[in-house]
Ligand binder design. Structure first.
Ligand SMILES: NC(=O)C1=CN([C@@H]2O[C@H](COP(=O)(O)OP(=O)(O)OC[C@H]3O[C@@H](n4cnc5c(N)ncnc54)[C@H](O)[C@@H]3O)[C@@H](O)[C@H]2O)C=CC1
Ligand SMILES: O=C(O)[C@@H]1CCC=N1
Length: 270
């Protein structure tokens, strides 16, 4: 019988964000979670973040005893990890969150018939505001997909997509938090340039991004209409928007998502 409801292979940033998020959401107790990582400092940080979770240096101690096994290692080490991953008798559902690694590669590295789901989450899962895409493998059942959806919805929103679109999800919501942090930093810098104290500018910038995003999600209004409601004729906002267009903000952001999606595709070919 599996001992752990969720087992993580790799206990780094994304594993601890997901594990923390699902405990906060009440999907599992920390004692029902195990994680393995060769790095003792990483194990310690995970244990400090999630007191009661079981930490191991050996992947087999987790992979043999988990109902759902979440592969949270870098794409570059996935091949080596799969090559030495004994599964328990009641084989777990294997979920990979690695950017770019195709389902076919995961299935080829695991025992024949293993149920696999590939997921692309993001770090705001830690605070229940994640955004994920997922896709089932050859042997994944409706129940498997429902279990993964339950996990992802406990930590945010999730969409099932064809595997061919997971690189696009990676470019947008997987990498997207980093793009938005850059935007927050830039807004804050703008505030400081205009004379605000840094601490005030920082808070105003983050709350503005969070509030604007909530307006899109909660009103269901198109962003263009919401933007029009901010920009008075001859006012301040339209002057700022003109400066944004001069700096090609939109094509720069589109290019960032495209570059990240292409990099995800490349990682899959390695
Ligand atoms: N950080 C992010 O925002 C997101 C990351 N991902 C994916 O999640 C995966 C993990 O990324 P992060 O958590 O950011 O990286 P990370 O570097 O924080 O964690 C990866 C962990 O794997 C461990 N590891 C290395 N070799 C191992 C092995 N043989 N067995 C077990 N563990 C091993 C490392 O010691 C490290 O602690 C990656 O594949 C990444 O593409 C997906 C979505 C978002
Ligand atoms: O940068 C990366 O490769 C990972 C995947 C998505 C977000 N972080």
């Amino acid at each position: 019988m599996p001992q752990y409801k969720y087992g993580f292979i790799g206990a780094g940033r994304m594993a601890s964000a997901l594990a923390g998020g699902l405990v906060d959401a009440g999907l599992a107790a920390a004692s029902e979670i195990a994680a393995s990582d060769p790095n003792a400092e990483v194990r310690q940080a995970f244990a400090e973040r999630l007191p009661g979770a079981h930490l191991h240096g050996d992947n087999a101690a987790v992979s043999r005893h988990a109902s759902m096994l979440i592969l949270a290692v870098k794409p570059q080490v996935m091949g080596a990890v799969l090559g030495n991953l004994p599964l328990g008798e009641s084989a777990p559902l294997v979920v990979s969150i690695a950017a770019g690694v195709p389902i076919a590669k995961l299935e080829a590295g695991l025992a024949e018939g293993t149920h696999v789901v590939r997921v692309m989450p993001n770090t705001p899962a830690l605070i229940g505001r994640g955004a994920s895409g997922f896709s089932g493998g050859t042997h994944a059942t409706a129940d498997d997909l429902a279990s993964v959806l339950q996990l992802l919805e406990a930590v945010g929103i999730a969409f099932e997509v064809p595997e061919s679109l997971l690189d696009a999800v990676t470019g947008l919501s997987g990498s997207g938090p980093a793009f938005v942090y850059t935007m927050i930093e830039a807004l804050s810098d703008g505030g400081v340039l205009a004379g605000l104290p840094r601490a005030v500018a920082h808070q105003l910038a983050a709350q503005t991004v969070s509030g604007a995003a909530a307006m899109v999600l909660e009103t269901g209004e198109h962003p263009a209409l919401l933007r029009e409601a901010v920009a008075s004729p001859g006012g301040t906002t339209i002057a700022g928007l003109a400066a944004l267009e001069q700096g090609s903000l939109r094509s720069t952001v589109i290019g960032a998502v495209k570059a990240a999606a292409e990099r995800s595709q490349q990682l899959g070919r390695n």
